[in-house]
Ligand binder design. Structure first.
Ligand code: AMP
Length: 212
């Protein structure tokens, strides 16, 4: 049965998705990743989506819905973990409809609770290894040796393109204005679990696993 991770940028959804995929074998469906794949093909659609990723403004639901539907249909037999979708009430309704067509339903929705101030701190001090994509936080989880990746030894530790203050403001704004109302949407349906996303990574995983 399928799960949704709902939360603002840098709340830890990606890290927790990786943990659940490893532990339980969920299929991780991230609409951000689907968009980045489309952009990599250099298609006309990809060129449109690139603007959204670069500015942090949500893409049109009709486009994201198409990418989502195709991916759900390609993974019909699997339990899916939705990360970054739905981001609006109309998308939540669309997800219901597509799952129904596939004779399936959502089991649970996890809301990652964290305040905006902490998100700024996390993102602005986040660096990524260009070689192996390991993620570090200069304040809370720095590499052991300054400027050197613990995992692969590369010296290429960089900030992600959309981890800057201006884009981050847009991403956080769109979360609170358009996505946060989904908390009530799923609460009314009785499938919402709120977790404390300020806790250390392993504790957040524990909260999720215990609630499943
Ligand atoms: P993410 O990797 O989930 O942080 O997504 C990166 C960017 O892709 C977001 O800032 C949005 O511009 C766009 N995006 C991802 N998922 C959606 C969605 N479900 N609806 C609209 N835009 C999306």
């Amino acid at each position: 049965m399928h799960l949704v991770f709902l939360g603002p940028p840098a709340c830890g959804k990606g890290t927790q998705s990786a943990a659940l995929v490893k532990k339980f074998g969920y299929y991780h469906l991230s609409t951000g990743d689907l968009m980045r794949k489309e952009i990599a093909t250099d298609s006309a659609l990809g060129k449109m989506l690139k603007k959204n990723i670069e500015t942090g403004v949500l893409a049109a639901s009709e486009i994201v819905n198409e990418l989502l539907k195709k991916d759900i249909e390609n993974n019909r037999q699997k339990s899916i973990l939705f990360d970054g979708y739905p981001r609006k009430v109309d998308q939540a309704e669309y997800l219901d409809a597509v799952l129904k067509e596939n004779k399936s339903t959502l089991k649970q929705v996890f809301y990652f609770d964290i305040d905006a101030e902490e998100l700024f701190q996390r993102i602005l001090s986040r660096i990524t290894c260009k070689a192996c994509e390991a993620v570090y936080n200069l304040q809370t989880n720095p590499p052991k040796e300054d400027g050197v990746c613990d995992s692969c030894g590369s010296h290429d530790l960089v900030k992600r393109g959309d981890d800057n203050e201006e884009i981050l403001k847009n991403r956080i704004k769109s979360f609170y204005e358009e996505t946060a109302p989904l908390r009530e949407f799923y609460q009314k349906r009785g499938i919402l679990t709120v977790i404390d996303a300020r806790a250390p990574v392993e504790i957040v995983t524990e909260q999720i696993v215990n609630a499943l």
